[in-house]
Design a protein around this ligand. Structure first.
Ligand code: C2E
Ligand code: MG
Ligand code: MG
Ligand code: MG
Length: 279
């Protein structure tokens, strides 16, 4: 690229590089401040049993409410948080806040539900990760069975034996484990057999065209068959339409999460969803 630009190419290239470096530094600084100044918020999205139409649980999804830029989605800052290591304190905050919120709803008299929390591979690989989870449970008073950790296949890139050990410990404590975005990572089948997990989350990208693309339909059906024989629960992510819903009902995919039921909402709106009668 620089060559194509001729005489000034090098300079141009350098300027471009500097821009991204500076942008990153600025963002990192902002992320640091965001933690201190409590600019992060959790939204919650229902997970629904479509056989009974009852809510089974919810997933906590982080948002950054920047004082000037407004809401920033996790897709835009989680990668940088991971790169800079800030994902560790941010992830701890998410765990503690989600556990506290779940316990608060239970104390307020809502039927107890499972709270799913996204865990970055970097966070999971910390030596004290199990203790961090225990602290969040202890501090909130939440029973472990009302917490689910969403991991991704990326977790299996390093230290597979330690990963299995940690998952085992967490499950013995009573915490549930699900595999997020299942099918989009690598070596899924090999790890699926080895990893002590409870649930597969079928990635949104397969659900999207499930009713129009025979390949996606076949993939989802294969995942269902595999989950059945491995005795894993399944949830389909990103369900938006009635057509997708009835397809999933047909293949006996019991649980869904998606805009068809609700978008992720702040805590005060989530209580309305919990009060809503089954549809
Ligand atoms: P994810 O864990 O796979 O979460 C599902 C994403 O799909 C969420 O995006 C959710 O808002 C969106 N979604 C749910 N239903 C639908 C639907 O019907 N249609 C469409 N188009 N989208 C739907 P969101 O909240 O922007 O989060 C994006 C990703 O950021 C998450 O993907 C997760 O990987 C990551 N993330 C979110 N919160 C956290 C967190 O607290 N910690 C970490 N480490 N990662 C997080
Ligand atoms: Mg997730
Ligand atoms: Mg997902
Ligand atoms: Mg994701």
């Amino acid at each position: 690229r620089a060559k194509e630009l001729g005489k000034n190419g090098y300079q141009f290239y350098k300027a471009e590089m500097n821009d991204t470096v500076i942008q990153k530094l600025v963002m990192e600084e902002w992320l640091n401040k965001a933690l201190e100044q409590e600019e992060f918020v959790l939204y919650y999205q229902p997970q629904v049993d479509i056989f009974t139409t009852r809510m089974n649980g919810m997933e906590a999804l982080i948002r950054w409410n920047h004082p000037r830029l407004g809401f920033i989605s996790p897709g835009e800052f989680i990668p940088l948080a991971e790169e800079t290591g800030l994902i560790i304190p941010i992830g701890q905050w998410v765990l503690r806040t989600a556990c506290k919120q779940n316990k608060a709803w239970q104390l307020a008299g809502f039927p107890p539900l499972k709270m799913a929390v996204n865990i970055s591979p970097i966070q999971f690989h910390q030596h004290d990760f199990v203790q961090v989870v225990l602290d969040a449970l202890q501090e909130s008073g939440l029973e472990p069975r009302y917490l689910e950790l969403e991991i991704t296949e990326g977790i299996a890139m390093y230290h597979v034996d330690q990963v299995i050990q940690k998952l085992q410990t967490l499950r013995e404590l009573g915490v549930h484990i699900s595999m997020d975005d299942f099918g989009t990572g690598y070596s899924s089948l090999n790890y699926l057999k080895k990893f002590p997990i409870d649930k597969l989350k079928i990635a949104q990208q397969f659900v999207r065209d499930i009713t129009v693309d025979p390949d996606d339909a076949a993939i989802v059906q294969a995942i269902m068959a595999m989950a059945l024989s491995l005795k894993l629960n399944v949830i389909a992510e990103g369900v938006e339409t009635e057509e997708q819903l009835s397809f999933l009902l047909d293949i006996k995919c019991r649980e869904i999460q998606g805009y068809i039921y609700s978008k992720p909402v702040p805590a005060h709106e989530f209580t309305d969803l919990m009060l809503r009668p089954p549809a």
